[in-house]
Design a binder for this molecule. Structure first.
Ligand code: HEM
Length: 142
């Protein structure tokens, strides 16, 4: 399977690993706060609240960054993540809002260190991940 994300962009993504390790939970907390401001309807999707969710999202994000070179693995695990998201009632249009919030929160956490190239790399990563997640949806969904 050829890799959908160019090597140079993957190197940039992997370079974010120390930040994710050190400040990931803080970033994820900010992410949910911002998500509910930008997408109030997300409240009803998270029927169980986000306390436990934060750590799960953080671990998955970290895993994706650590394993970004191993695309067959990412593809499979993210596809089944997508399948579960279908059951949570997450629709295709939600992925756009979530991606924008994630990139903005990362950009704010990193400040000037988050370059235009970093933004492009993360945007490419998110685009590929959400496409794989939606691949996991069964037909007629979302
Ligand atoms: C890169 C994209 C995303 C990642 C990595 C991600 C990650 C996760 C993870 C790891 C879980 C824990 C449960 C599981 O593993 O099935 C989860 C649950 C959930 N996610 Fe996502 N997610 C993403 C996109 C979205 C989007 C776009 C929405 C829509 C607002 C969303 C809403 C939810 C909801 C509602 C749950 C279930 C919470 C619960 O009932 O406990 N996620 N997500």
């Amino acid at each position: 399977m050829s890799h959908p994300i160019p090597f140079a962009q993957r190197e940039r993504i992997k370079a974010s690993l120390p930040l994710i390790r050190e400040r990931g939970l803080e970033i994820v907390e900010q992410f949910y706060k911002r998500l509910f401001e930008e997408l109030p309807e997300a409240h009803s999707l998270f029927a169980n609240g986000v306390n436990k969710q934060r750590i799960k999202f953080y671990i998955m994000l970290r895993e994706i960054v650590m394993q970004v070179d191993n695309w067959p693995y990412i593809n499979e695990s993210v596809k089944s993540l997508g399948r579960r998201h279908q059951t949570y009632g997450v629709e295709a249009h939600h992925y756009v809002a979530v991606g924008n919030v994630l990139i903005e929160v990362l950009s704010e956490a990193l400040g000037e260190q988050f370059t235009k190239e970093d933004r492009e790399a993360w945007t490419a990563l998110y685009r590929e991940i959400s496409a794989c997640m939606l691949d996991g949806y069964s037909e007629k969904a979302a």
